[in-house]
Design a protein around this ligand. Structure first.
Ligand code: ZN
Length: 206
């Protein structure tokens, strides 16, 4: 999920109006920030998997909530933790994310079908903006601002999905762990393989 995380922050804001939207947006992208920061010291790809395992996401959410409770406000800290936790299920829908172990990847992997990913994420943005509108929008002007924000997020998602469509090979979405999937893995070489090949390519077959 790309734009969808920001949309979830908007929906959470409706439940916790006292929290600044920036705090919620930061928390909703929490595991990605962790990946970015730790990726400066270790390999980014390695940190991508590690920071998105379920135990690390839970610990990250707890630490973020604790930090917020100590520095700012105890009553709202739950929402910061919830925002951080929301990252994993959202990513599970659109990508393959690790379960307990960095190598244990699973997920619906909608990025393999960028058009479907766009529909799901744009729908999520629209839904979350409606939740936000019901809570906060009172004037026509506020409505236009929110519509502009929604259009911005959907436009951003369209760009991302357009990019994915051009750079990725095509697998079907699958809930199976990556190592249990029957054939075809993502990669430039696999794109030219026979779509119905039943076995993984071996060094003796070229
Ligand atoms: Zn992520």
């Amino acid at each position: 999920v790309y734009a969808g995380h920001a949309a979830i922050a908007l929906a959470l804001k409706a439940r916790a109006p006292q929290l600044p939207i920036a705090t919620l947006v930061l928390a909703c992208y929490g595991p990605d920030w962790a990946e970015l920061v730790f990726g400066l010291f270790q390999s980014r790809a390695e940190m991508r998997e590690l920071t998105h395992t379920i135990p690390v996401v839970v610990v990250g959410a707890a630490l973020a909530a604790l930090l917020f409770a100590v520095v700012f406000d105890r009553a709202s800290a739950w929402y910061v933790g919830a925002a951080w936790l929301s990252h994993w299920p959202a990513d599970f829908v659109t990508a393959q994310k690790p379960l307990m172990h960095p190598q244990q990847l699973a997920g619906f992997d909608l990025y393999q079908l960028p058009a479907a990913d766009f529909v799901v994420e744009a729908g999520l943005v629209a839904l979350c903006c409606l939740v936000y509108a019901r809570a906060f929008v009172r004037t026509r002007r506020q409505g236009w601002w929110l519509a502009a924000a929604a259009a911005g997020l959907i436009g951003l998602q369209a760009l991302v999905d357009f990019g994915i469509a051009y750079t990725q090979g095509r697998n079907g979405p699958s809930l199976a762990l990556r190592q249990r999937q029957p054939h075809l893995t993502v990669g430039t070489v696999d794109r030219v393989r026979m779509p119905l090949a039943l076995l993984r390519r071996t060094p003796t077959v070229s």
